[in-house]
Ligand binder design. Structure first.
Ligand code: CA
Length: 405
């Protein structure tokens, strides 16, 4: 089960059908219509919840005091998402000096429990702390929106099909198990809960009670929150022997067409870590140039894909990886980011996706999102055309494609 931060969700939801509150002629009539539609939605939900073992008592307690959808949440879903922010802008906020200092203080304070979590799940403390920092600023911003109402609002509006209705049923199951009370079950407007911002289905699959009090408490227990992050990453396939990746310096004349292989082979081809340390002798890596050839170059491992699986965004994964390195005392990025933002906008990305699909190079969705599939297709095109294969989707590349018959 994948999960999304509000940033990603806003982009996803923005593309979906928006159900208006009806054709009522006055605001008061519209509000009344919304409430009666909501009541019908809750009534229809009840038998499905009971089929999952949710008792009438738990169900009633969960919906006590919730008489209609949350208009603020519906408004949020209609806003344009921030998915289009360049990675360098995202990193400035996600890996700030203040956050690094706060994270290092947490690392000292929580050293014993972090050591136990490392030993149990094989995920380095710096990675666990970085997730915690990016998701909730180390628990300080876990979100104050009641989860049941948030999910019910999104589910009734049928955003993302049945996704939020399923998440709502999962949330009711959590309440039935007694891990948390409805009053304390809070998080983001998009239903991501607690200090780790798990959607309920992720909670059911991966949250753990690591402090041993009998409750999986990602809201109030730092120990449970940190261990739940590590348990989730382990389940996603985190390889304990590998970093997420490294910033690297390419030698002059490096052949970008050979962008994937053994880390040892990269070292042999003259690729050096930017921090001066040696690349490990084992493991696979691939080059990632999120700002194109003019910006920082990363050699990422399968663990980068594990981070991306936690949250499907390149910017997010890079922020977690880099924050982890900085918390561990690593240096700032060596290479500067591009001065000019030369990325394609959404319409441009869709045109590129369609052009590359027409050439049999791209088989993903025409969703206007840059990700690993589009990067791969761009590289194949660049290689075929004798261009430097940085996988970076720019207006110049789209022009190049359009000039080809
Ligand atoms: Ca606990």
């Amino acid at each position: 089960m994948r999960r999304w931060t509000p940033v990603v969700l806003a982009a996803l939801l923005g593309a979906g059908p928006v159900q208006a509150a009806g054709a009522a002629s006055t605001p008061a009539a519209a509000a009344m219509e919304a409430r009666s539609g909501f009541a019908a939605f809750v009534a229809a939900l009840r038998p499905d919840a009971e089929a999952r073992g949710v008792t009438p008592r738990t169900f009633s307690a969960a919906f006590a005091g919730i008489s209609g959808p949350d208009p603020d949440i519906l408004a949020r879903t209609r806003k344009q998402g921030e998915f289009g922010r360049p990675v360098w802008d995202y990193l400035v906020g996600a890996v700030s000096a203040g956050r690094i200092a706060r994270g290092q203080a947490q690392a000292r304070r929580l050293a014993p429990v972090l050591a136990r979590i490392e030993a149990r799940y094989g995920v380095p403390r710096w990675i666990v702390l970085a997730f915690w920092g990016v998701e909730s600023d180390f628990g300080a911003s876990a979100g104050s929106v009641p989860t049941i109402r948030a999910l019910a609002t999104l589910a009734e509006a049928k955003f993302r099909g049945a996704l939020f209705r399923d998440e709502l049923l999962a949330a009711l199951t959590i309440l039935e198990r007694g891990d948390v009370t409805p009053e304390r079950m809070k998080g983001s407007w998009a239903g991501a809960m607690g200090q780790v911002q798990f959607l309920p289905s992720s909670f059911l699959a991966h949250a753990v009670d690591f402090d041993g009090d009998g409750h999986r408490d990602i809201w109030g227990s730092e120990t449970d929150a940190l261990a739940s992050i590590a348990a989730y990453l382990k389940a996603l396939g985190w390889n304990p022997g590998l970093s997420w990746g490294y910033e690297v310096i390419l030698p002059p004349g490096f052949d970008l067409a050979r962008y994937r292989g053994n880390l040892a082979d990269f070292a042999q081809r003259g690729v050096r870590r930017a921090d001066g340390e040696a690349l490990p002798g084992a493991g696979l890596g691939s080059l990632f140039l999120p700002g194109g050839l003019g910006g920082p170059v990363f050699l990422i491992t399968d663990n980068f894909e594990v981070v991306r699986a936690y949250n499907t965004s390149d910017s997010y994964a890079l922020a977690v990886g880099h924050l982890a390195d900085r918390l561990a005392g690593g240096p700032v990025l060596a290479a500067p980011w591009p001065v000019r933002d030369a990325r394609l906008d959404k319409a441009g990305l869709q045109a590129l996706q369609s052009g590359l699909a027409g050439r049999g190079l791209y088989a993903g969705e025409g969703d206007g999102r840059a990700g690993p599939k589009l990067r791969e297709a761009v590289r194949q095109y660049q290689i075929a055309e004798g261009l430097p294969a940085d996988g970076y989707a720019t207006p110049a590349l789209l022009d190049h494609l359009r000039r080809r018959p």
